[in-house]
Design a binder for this molecule. Sequence first.
Ligand code: ZN
Length: 495
Amino acid sequence: MDRRAKLFLLLIVFTLIFSGCKKEEVVASDTLIHKDLNGIEMELLNQYDIEVELDYENKTYTGKQWVTYVNNTDKTLGEIFFHIYPNAFKTLDTLPILFKDNIEDPLSYDNGYIQLNIISRDNKELEYKIIGEDSTTLSIKLDQPLIQGQKAKIYMEYDVKLPSPMDRFGYGKKTINLGNWYPIACVYDEDGWNLDPYYSIGDPFYSDLANYNVSIKTEKDVVIASSGNIISEVIEDDEKVYEIEGLLIRDFALVASKEFKVAEESVEGTTIKLYYLDEKSNMVKKSLEYSKQSLEVFNRLYGKYPYGVYSVVMTEFPSGMEYPGIVFISEEYFRYQVVDLLERVIVHETAHQWWYGLVGNNQIDEPWLDEALATYSETIYYKEIYGEEMGKEYFDYNVKLGYEYGVQYLLGKNMIYQSLSDFYGWDDYGILVYTKGALFIDEIKEMYGTEVLYKILNTYFNEYKFYNATTKDFIDICERVTKSNFSPLVDKWLY
Ligand SMILES: [Zn+2]
């Protein structure tokens, strides 16, 4: 047997082995492209291993989830808490969606929920309770106390039904949005456990950085867009299994559709994946351009986006929404008539990768912190991409004028620093947290200059990348960089 024949035989064997299932290695790039962990110790992060079977037709899924929970608190824990957000969709009363009034016929509302089947630790079933006004908090009693620094591997099995509104969590005619769809550990901070419900305004989420391995089994023609990096797609008969890795992210979201097409663009080591619906293919070029420009500007000014993939997803959704490594953008914005809005929303949600994703914050108690920075990042983007004049024009029209107009209609207190439960409603929240918040950031620029503001944002990013930061942390950095006392500014703007 000569070498060529041997090679030929090897080739046949190889073909036989792999003809049963089709494996596509789809690694576009590394999951992390910048290895600077900013002091984070990987083994001290919670680890989520989730196996999902998504029934695309019936709008349901089952989950098997292993959470290696690390007790990073300062005390021994007898119980640990998780958010189980799908339960907020059980009734119209607690439905946490943006445009509730748009549900034409409340009677036709198809609800959603999570049903927990098993919760165990080392094959021993654990006692648990579902608590909270909207049944979105899960309290798990540990069989043995978990002392500081130790890990507990909790296993859960659940069945979930998706609701009909096309919001962060729900299904439409063409897409299924899975935001806040699995049990995620509540944050324990200096105030103890954060057990807030799924408020119906803002982005009422607060979570710790974690690592994820998620596998999704579904019909073979379903395309998945997700947080993290799709490592492989294996098709076997009529099914497809996605293996996805997410490192150093604080949540994991995905969108599924049989109609998705994907366009890609590379920027500074990151692959931008634009998932689009075919009838909007004429907007692909523009969308990729806005995504690319946003990443370039924020990479340069704030610090490097550390992930290998960034997914921008056109979906059935009323607006824009950020999750780590992925943003949901309403398909309604992908039209030439509203191309300015499309650009603005892509820029805003991309800025959230820095403010919320990489530098986290308590979005319930201090929602202004990430929203004001994401909103002001729009002005920074317009100035950096289109020049000083355009930046000023954008700010004057969208922020200054927007505030002057909106402030007349405030129903509650004219105060930026409020927690979600204190805002009067979406309108007050929007005008204060986004618009007035951005005015505050602009005043810092007016007083100290553009370069100093950039230095503040860059320092804030580099110090708090991969951590949760507070308003105090941000103000401390402002004071340190400007070498001045910020109390008068804080009193004027935040309170
Ligand atoms: Zn935002």
